[in-house]
Structure formats: C-alpha cells, structure tokens
Design a protein around this ligand. Structure first.
Ligand code: FES
Length: 76
C-alpha cells in the first residue's frame, strides 16, 4: 500500500473508454475527476483513452511530465 499520499494509483484501463484524469487535485475520486474543479474554480480534467486494455499507474501529485501517467516525480 501507499506510504505517500501522492503515490500513483494503479488502474485497469479499458480500450477505447473515455477517462477524465483529475488535473486539479480536488477530486475525492482520484485519479479521476469528480467535478470538484468547478466549485474550486480550478483546472479542468484531461480527457484520454487507450488503444488497448492495460494496467497503468496514474499520477496523483499532478506534477508528472507524462500525464496522466506517473513518471516518478512524486518521489523527488
Ligand atoms: S476534480 Fe480535479 S479536474 Fe475535476
């Protein structure tokens, strides 16, 4: 389990499904958007999809250089 609140979250992504990755950090449904950015007047989600089913670690620190995927920046 995570020892860091900004550790990435492992998710199973489905081919051609549309996802909204939270960019603002306010969602309580991390790593996905729950609409909280509107009330916070924060940045909107990043929409993405995958060309194949895959397991991935999505960024929660929001500092990754490869959104929505974790690039290890949270450890720095
Ligand atoms: S709640 Fe963070 S982008 Fe929507």
């Amino acid at each position: 389990m995570s020892d860091n609140k900004f550790s990435p979250i492992a998710v199973a992504l489905e081919k051609d499904k549309n996802y909204s990755w939270c960019t603002c950090g306010h969602s309580i449904n991390q790593p996905f958007c729950d609409g909280s950015h509107r009330a916070q007047n924060a940045t909107p989600p990043m929409r993405f999809s995958c060309e194949e089913d895959k397991n991935a670690h999505l960024c929660t620190c929001k500092l990754t250089s490869n959104p929505p995927y974790c690039d290890g920046t949270h450890k720095k």
